[in-house]
Design a protein around this ligand. Structure first.
Ligand code: ATP
Ligand code: MG
Length: 287
């Protein structure tokens, strides 16, 4: 049988080998670098939009991915939509369009009741107004952070709380350096102390995600920094993902790994804090 002559096909250089005529020493085949191992996703939003029922459009087309252990500062001028976005992301407020996956719960608009319960169990909140019950002791306020967790009906008063919860509350109070105030009434605390109790109350939930909406807004500069430092260090030490809003640009720069800026209903920028300049910050509020 006649053989069909094989056509001569020039052999291309092997992938990863430089052609010999470059003068450079040949290098071995490239080993594909391993894909970077991404930390688990904590929050994912795609095409998120929110318009309030009164027609007030807040944002549209927001995409966001927040991974475990990140500390994210959310900045933007008054009314930019920071608080609205936080609430949508954790299912406390229905969004108008888009899809959200927070702590593994995927929902459009709003989570269902079961999802919301699961979300609440894993999220700690701290707001500008600390929301403590003034006539109750610091210890009781902290233990009440357990409300909504399984077996939590006893958390309404520390006298009924399980011994282990009292010990846990004392431990988190020690973490915010307030163990000596455990039996004080909450309304006898200074603003900074009250905010530290609010942090302890959030921590006792052992949250995977800590949401803080202007946690230092009503505090003097020194106490405000103190609160932000406590937040940031506790989040890092406990592996908690922290998302906070602030109007203080120094707080955004000093206590986050990443800054997300909202402007004109969009994500204006979203980048590692080390790559954000003061000029970038300025652009969020002017121009
Ligand atoms: N319940 C509501 N109904 C209608 N509009 C609302 C409601 N809550 C907020 N808004 C409007 O939505 C926009 C975004 O408000 P949001 O509170 O999210 O902004 P923010 O960035 O948190 O502002 P700030 O820095 O002042 O806290 C504002 O125009 C506000 O007036
Ligand atoms: Mg707000």
């Amino acid at each position: 049988m006649e053989r069909v002559p094989t056509e001569h096909v020039p052999v291309p250089p092997l992938a990863g080998l430089r052609p010999a005529n470059t003068g450079n020493p040949p290098i071995g085949p490239l080993v594909k670098p391993p894909a970077p191992v991404l930390a688990p996703q904590i929050i994912g939003a795609r095409g998120l939009a929110k318009t309030y029922p009164n027609g007030q459009a807040v944002f549209a087309g927001v995409d966001l991915d927040i991974r475990a252990d990140q500390r994210v500062a959310l900045i933007g001028s008054n009314g930019a939509g920071k608080s609205t976005l936080l609430k949508c992301l954790i299912g406390l407020l229905p969004s108008t369009h888009g899809e959200i996956t927070t702590l593994g719960e995927r929902f459009l608009a709003a989570p269902n009741a079961a999802q919301l319960t699961r979300l609440r169990r894993q999220i700690g909140f701290v707001f500008q107004n600390h929301g403590l019950v003034g006539r109750q002791s610091v210890l009781t306020n902290v233990i009440q952070g357990k409300l909504g967790l399984p077996g939590s009906w006893r958390a309404w008063h520390h006298a009924l709380a399980r011994q282990e919860w009292r010990e846990e509350a004392m431990a988190v109070l020690a973490e915010v350096r307030l163990a000596d105030k455990a039996s004080a009434r909450a309304d006898q605390l200074s603003g900074g102390q009250a905010q530290r109790v609010a942090i302890a109350r959030a921590l006792i939930r052992r949250p995977r995600l800590l949401i803080a909406d202007e946690p230092a807004a009503s505090l003097d500069p020194a106490v405000g920094r103190d609160i932000m430092r406590i937040f940031s260090e506790l989040a890092r030490d406990h592996g908690i993902t922290l998302v906070y809003t602030t109007h203080d640009m120094q707080h955004a720069l000093d206590y986050s790994d990443r800054i997300v800026a909202l402007k004109d209903g969009k994500v204006h920028f979203d980048r590692p804090t080390t790559r954000v300049s003061l000029r970038d910050m300025d652009g969020v509020f002017h121009g």
